[in-house]
Ligand binder design. Sequence first.
Ligand SMILES: C[S@@+](CC[C@H](N)C(=O)[O-])C[C@H]1O[C@@H](n2cnc3c(N)ncnc32)[C@H](O)[C@@H]1O
Length: 259
Amino acid sequence: MNAEVLLMFVLGVNRAYLYAHPERELTPEEESRYDEVLAQRATGMPSQYITGHQEFWGLDFVVSPAVLIPRPETEHLVETVLELARSIPSAKIVDVGTGSGCIALALAHELRTAEVCAVDLSAEALEIARANAARLQLDGRAQFVQSNVLQALTGIRDFDFVVSNPPYVGFGEADKVQKSVRDFEPRLAVFAGEQGLDVIGPLVAQAHAALKPGGWLAVEIGYSMRDSVLSLLDPTLWQDARVVPDLQGIPRVVAARKR
Ligand SMILES: C[S@@+](CC[C@H](N)C(=O)[O-])C[C@H]1O[C@@H](n2cnc3c(N)ncnc32)[C@H](O)[C@@H]1O
């Protein structure tokens, strides 16, 4: 699979071309370029950082080592928000820890009159998210803000949705994370303090202030974080809490509505 993806990248062709032209031989330049990218891949670098692209929600996203590579599991968060947004036509959405912008821009793509605000602590990540918005022609309805969680938006209290796939791996769990993630993906995108709750904790508190009454918080969570995240949702402040499993039955999204 990787050999194919990298060959398509070097030749600038799609998979159909590869299979339709088995007789095609590489020129010496193509061969040496292919050797180069194979050597990069052999260091463990994910192929997406070599090709600079990853598909998410059927859309093509540019990625660099400044952003997490969008994961298919995160599409559950997009699905959850779309389901909840059915009765809110021009939703105002903030995506905390936007990275490549995949969640914010997939939502803007589906919800044609929604406005999205994409927040990240990393200026480099915001550059990539901005580029993706422009490539997908969604920049007219997307704003980009550098902020520690929602601090830079203090005083804004009218969001319909606060959505996030925050970093959620604890420092102590580093050995449970794939080596390629540890070695190549941004530390800021993966780790969040000793227990993995250092961003989700402040996010729950600040989301409550940023949402309008009845607005939804929807957060992707890590394996086995269900109970610790649900316990952050004070029932006097939040209602209708729900947990959405992924295709393997692992709790993947927690959503709750501001009272
Ligand atoms: C797990 S990645 C998610 C990226 C993207 N939303 C996705 O789903 O592929 C988490 C993102 O949160 C950002 N981040 C980490 N700590 C943050 C903080 N305190 N405030 C805002 N963003 C933060 C990281 O830079 C990273 O882009």
